[in-house]
Design a protein around this ligand. Sequence first.
Ligand code: DX5
Ligand code: ZN
Length: 222
Amino acid sequence: MAQVLIAPSILSADFARLGDEVRAIDAAGADLIHVDVMDGHFVPNITIGPMVVKALKPHTTKPMDVHLMITPVDPFVDAYVDAGAAIITFHPEAGPHPHRTIQAIKRAGAKAGMSLNPGTPIAAIEELLEDLDLVLVMSVNPGFGGQKFIDSQLRKIEALRKRIDATRKDIILEVDGGVTAANAARVIGAGATALVAGTAVFGDGPDMYAKNIAKLRGAGAA
Ligand code: DX5
Ligand code: ZN
């Protein structure tokens, strides 16, 4: 089985030193750089815009995995891709025409992902699954790092694993929120192929980034 991808979420990084932090997790073995974009409307928090993604891009060679918790999405797709986003993931609730948004992301040259909140069923993306490069299962309610993993989402991950396998397409199943070294084996066992982790990577300071990333990646081998 291919190694699980580790995507540290910079939401938990030191925002006063974001460039250094991105360089540090790149060097510590991150596979993806997970960038949480929040607009204070779709979720009750505000983070960063395309300019910050553009400023961070030169500090890493790893793909920028941009998670848009914003509405609307379409007017900003080109700006995030031009800023350096390799993957753009959005939520089905963000607008009325998700297929058109996927088309816009791909036309702009990025991979397209959709994210399911804990209360959003897989059915919300049923008609779109084969058009996606990534599905992101939220195991917390979006808006903040450091929350507790919502165990009920393990069933959704298992069901989504079966649906993705049935497509025979190479679609990343990413899980985001409250993922730690303690629950990573269960998350990977349920079918995740990528783990987002903010607190579990950044929580103990830069000296622990490589160890924390290795612990998450190694959970799959246990
Ligand atoms: C929450 C974000 C997550 C969060 C993960 O809305 O989408 O990516 O930053 O942080 P932890 O791993 O601390 O839950
Ligand atoms: Zn996220």
